[in-house]
Design a protein around this ligand. Sequence first.
Ligand SMILES: [Zn+2]
Length: 192
Amino acid sequence: MVAVLESSPLQRRKDVLVLGATYEPLEQVGWRRAMTLWVSGRVEVVAHYDDRVVRTVRRALPMPAVVRFFRSLRRDRLAVKFNRDNIFQRDRGRCQYCRQTVIKREATYDHVMPRSRGGKKTWTNIVLACKACNQLKGNRTPDEARMQLAAPPRRPRYLPDLWSIRTTSHTGTIPTPWRPFLGMDAVGKARE
Ligand SMILES: [Zn+2]
């Protein structure tokens, strides 16, 4: 019984960042959904907007900006599709060999264990690579080519994650209260 009324034209936006129990960013939701979760006792509010309120029958509350689940969720029902877009996202748009940022349309996808040697197209064998590194590596394993992977490739547990929230925010700017939870500084730059 969340009797919330709010007259702002912003009400259809997804203004609330949802964190998992260990503060990992999970998704963005509208404030109504966030209030429902809060009233049902499943989340705590960890940050508010200073300049927005949600009106209930009895009082006005600051609008939540970030909420956190008390218990961890089962996310495995949301299996992440294996495709180029999601590999790009998993690898944060960086070549996994030289760590440089790669423009999406110039991205190539490297078989860690080369295809010619039985390497499969799987989450654990495909990584994002820049053209130069991909050519340099050729039909060799990373060891043979002396090219170290930034991280062992894994199947992601869920999307969207921190990086996709950062880059696909519909507003184009990340709300200030979200920033500490997305590894950003106060002006919205990524700390990396
Ligand atoms: Zn590279």
